[in-house]
Design a protein around this ligand. Structure first.
Ligand code: FEO
Length: 172
């Protein structure tokens, strides 16, 4: 059964937001790398890859339902963040925005009794809890470290251990 035109449009909006996320994290990765924060940059690269998988997960679902995917242009991401803390604060703000968008999409699907959308959307609701928690903890730790360069170097090394996202994507 196809998505209604309103839901098709809402899913396409979400696909757009996920691709915007790919770009936002790539920019943060580049900004951090340009300051030689290699580990923080690696973490942002990993996050960007994860966003790519999110966008594709939504894309596959819309196509499976027999609907159309319409990609749109992506605007310039914010650049030139001054510090790792500023970058991760921006990331947290971004993840909260994504969570709100997913919740709004879930509410639309419920309002239309589109039960086939709910397992996928519930997966994303859970994913967002995890993403906000992960980024929020990094922000907390960066605030604790403050301007202590030794502490920042330790965190940079630790976050640089993030493995590249699996090509297979997140399990449903
Ligand atoms: Fe796909 Fe981090 O939201």
């Amino acid at each position: 059964m196809k998505l209604s035109p309103a839901l098709e449009s809402a899913f396409n909006e979400q696909i757009h937001l996920e691709f915007e996320s790919v770009y936002a994290y790539l920019q943060m990765a580049a900004d951090l790398d340009s300051q030689s924060w290699s580990g923080f940059s690696t973490w942002m690269h990993g996050q960007s890859q994860e966003e790519w998988m999110h966008a594709n997960k939504f894309t596959q679902f819309v196509l499976q339902r027999g609907n159309q995917v319409q990609l749109r242009g992506i605007g310039d991401p914010a650049a030139g963040l001054g510090s790792p803390l500023a970058a991760f604060e921006r990331a947290l703000e971004h993840e909260r925005k994504v969570s709100q968008a997913i919740h709004a999409l879930y509410a639309k699907a419920v309002a239309e009794n589109d039960y086939a959308s709910l397992p996928l959307l519930q997966w994303f609701v859970n994913e967002q809890v995890e993403e906000e928690d992960t980024v929020g903890r990094i922000v907390d730790r960066l605030r604790l470290v403050g301007n202590d360069n030794t502490g920042l170097m330790i965190l940079d090394r630790e976050l640089g251990q993030r493995p590249a996202a699996s090509a297979a994507g997140p399990a449903a």
